[in-house]
Design a protein around this ligand. Structure first.
Ligand SMILES: [Zn+2]
Length: 456
């Protein structure tokens, strides 16, 4: 059975109804720990605010029409006259012994590729560096040929599989970049594949044009020609066809220098795109000039110095950290999350899912890395992966907390204490994922979770 609706980009969604019951209001009760992430403020969480989870024990959430309707204690909810009157019409889910929180918001992924990069993986294990691998023909450019040859449908199926894998571990909103096409046609095809996959997946996808990932091999000696192609053809074409909400640029050694990155960012601004950038991952670039363009998010930030940190802290830009890349590249050092948070920067966490440096689809694993390697507390990692992730995508008015009126995007974990989400490693405790009020994934204990009607 299919039904049709439009998402925020006007993309018509033909979504298979996994459970037709979910057209009806959904009522989650007896939640051991409900993390609402509610707060009185509208901006992203900074400093100590990052530890405020709005925890309700024995909580309840009522969802209807794809939105959160009410949030509170189970005992209060059961006294609510509307719920009492309509209880036989409501799909009720017993969440005893579970943690429920807003679905994770993964604000940085690269799902538009076809194959894993296993040769690079082996070379790195025996000692080659990221730059050496790129120079020997591996790295980002080695994913390009297959993407250029691929049919859009083939690429879309790969993207859809990634969306489902990410969702199976609690993620309901995913930013998805192009960036392995590196020609006008192949970048537009990648964005179309992302749009096609998004139309078949009930969660929310935010598409980003990353034509400026690296200079393609055929223009290696004429990088200015490629910058011109990105600014004068790719960005206007993506704008005209409404294929992306953001433009991203990889500003680092081996990719684009500061001047070219600014040129690309300005072209994107001119066409009305939001801005994000990969920056200071391998070497430091001063953030001052890029921040002046008010990017929504700057990502990686491994090599920021005190001056950059204080500029970020005074800006509205989100610092999106992706420790999966540090883990997979075996770097040892991680982005300075503690310094960023303590200085007042707004930190978010994301997977950076990609075939070269972070084949990671698990937000709980990223939360574990952020806790053990970056000294973020188990509460901070959750706020960074939900409400601050929503800010990183400009979606905080709709997503990132369990507030009446926001989208009914929820992650259920078969754990009694939220601190366990970042504690256990390598096992998926996700027991159900609700996006727009519909159950979209139920990786574990699905029988236990099977929605049932109340009989009283
Ligand atoms: Zn990335």
């Amino acid at each position: 059975m299919y039904h049709s609706r439009r998402d925020s980009h006007g993309v018509r969604k033909n979504v298979p109804r996994i459970n037709a019951n979910f057209a009806r209001p959904v009522f989650l009760v007896n939640i051991a720990q409900l993390l609402t992430l509610r707060s009185g403020q509208s901006g992203p969480r900074r400093g100590l605010q990052l530890r405020e989870l709005g925890l309700i024990e024995d909580g309840a959430v009522l969802c209807g029409g794809g939105k959160i309707i009410s949030v509170g204690k189970t005992s209060q909810a059961l006294r609510d006259p509307w719920i009492r009157r309509n209880r036989t019409q409501i799909v009720e889910i017993d969440c005893s012994g579970k943690v429920v929180l807003p679905g994770f918001i993964d604000a940085h992924t690269h799902p538009a590729f076809l194959q894993p990069r296993l040769t690079d993986f082996e070379k790195r294990i025996v000692g080659a560096t990221y730059t050496e691998i790129a120079l020997s023909g591996g790295g980002i450019r080695s994913s390009v040929e297959a993407v250029r040859r691929a049919k859009r449908k083939e690429l879309a199926d790969k993207v859809l599989r990634a969306l489902r894998d990410l969702a199976s571990q609690g993620t309901t909103t995913i930013e998805a970049k192009s960036g392995y096409g590196l020609s006008l046609d192949a970048e537009l095809k990648s964005l179309e594949a992302i749009r096609s996959a998004a139309s078949r997946w009930p969660g929310t996808v935010v598409p980003t044009l990353l034509g400026a990932h690296v200079v393609p091999r055929e223009l290696q000696d004429r990088p200015q020609e490629y910058v011109q192609l990105v600014c004068e053809q790719m960005i206007p074409a993506a704008a005209k066809r409404k294929l992306a909400r953001f433009v991203d640029v990889f500003c680092d050694r081996g990719a684009f220098g500061e001047e070219d990155s600014l040129k690309i960012a300005q072209a994107a601004r001119h066409q009305g795109f939001g801005l994000r950038a990969h920056i200071s991952q391998l070497t430091r670039t001063s953030l001052e000039r890029l921040l002046a363009l008010r990017p929504t998010s700057l990502d990686h930030l491994d090599h920021v110095n005190e001056e950059d940190i204080s500029l970020l802290a005074r800006s509205e830009t989100i610092a999106t950290l992706v420790p999966g890349a540090n883990y997979f590249l075996g770097l040892g050092d991680y982005p300075p999350a503690r310094k960023l948070i303590d200085a007042g920067a707004a930190v978010a966490l994301a997977t950076d899912y990609n075939p070269g440096s972070s084949p990671v689809t698990s937000m709980p694993f990223v939360l574990s890395l952020a806790s053990t390697q970056m000294r973020m507390t188990p509460a901070e990692v959750i706020a960074a992966a939900t409400i601050n992730g929503a800010h990183s995508l400009g979606l905080a008015s709709r997503k990132g907390s369990i507030d009446p009126g926001k989208d009914a995007d929820l992650a259920l974990f078969d754990l009694a204490d939220y601190r366990e989400i970042a504690y256990w490693v390598g096992k998926n405790f996700s027991s159900g994922v609700i996006a727009g009020g519909e159950l979209i994934a139920y990786p574990n204990r699905c029988r236990e979770l099977t929605a049932r009607r109340s009989v009283d």
